[in-house]
Design a protein. Sequence first.
Lengths: 76, 160
Amino acid sequence: MTDYTEKFDATGLNCPLPILRSKKVLSKMGSGDVLYVISTDSGSVKDFDAFCKQTGNELLESSEAEGKYHYYIRKA
Amino acid sequence: MSDEKKLAIIATKGTLDWAYPPFILASTAAAIGYEAQIFFTFYGLQLLKKDMNLKVSPLGNPGMPMPMGMDKWFPTLGTALPGMESVMSGMMKSKMKSKGVASVAELRDLCLEADVKLIACQMTVDLFDMDPDDFIDGIDYAGATTFFEFAGESDVNLFI
């Protein structure tokens, strides 16, 4: 398990809320901090990948376990 | 000119279903660093009202999924019955809520928070004698020329 600075539980939220709310949390964090996001939206797998590619934030880890999706994002 | 990418949208429709694309796309674009602008014209102006009360109509919309497979067997004329629109709109809203889909008002707030510029078409406001007091604060009123000032240098332009 990766270390993280902040955790955001997006369980139950659907597109585009997991991304939008995560972005909100990220904007309050510092450069190099890691945000841990939990989501139940299966579409979020590709979306978090695309979000990180386009914003320059680094997707450290993206995984699925028991119907939940876990993301670790390091802020640029 | 800045390096920031730009998204310009024209929103022309004022129903619950069609309210989603402009607000979802603009708020998401803003989240990934785009400067975004939405120009609301004709029925799209309903999306700028303080009290939106948006509805979705099954009438003339064979693609709309309905509960109990009604879209397969329920007579088209039946969808014209008084009250059907409200019933269907209510069902759609509760379904969206149960699936964790944001409300239109929430997405609009996210757009405003992210500095998405919302512009009301002045001509339409005049045409339909709309009262600016009915619209939310923080929007601009302008015409097609103003839209092109931004759209002309945008990376993505959408007509919805």
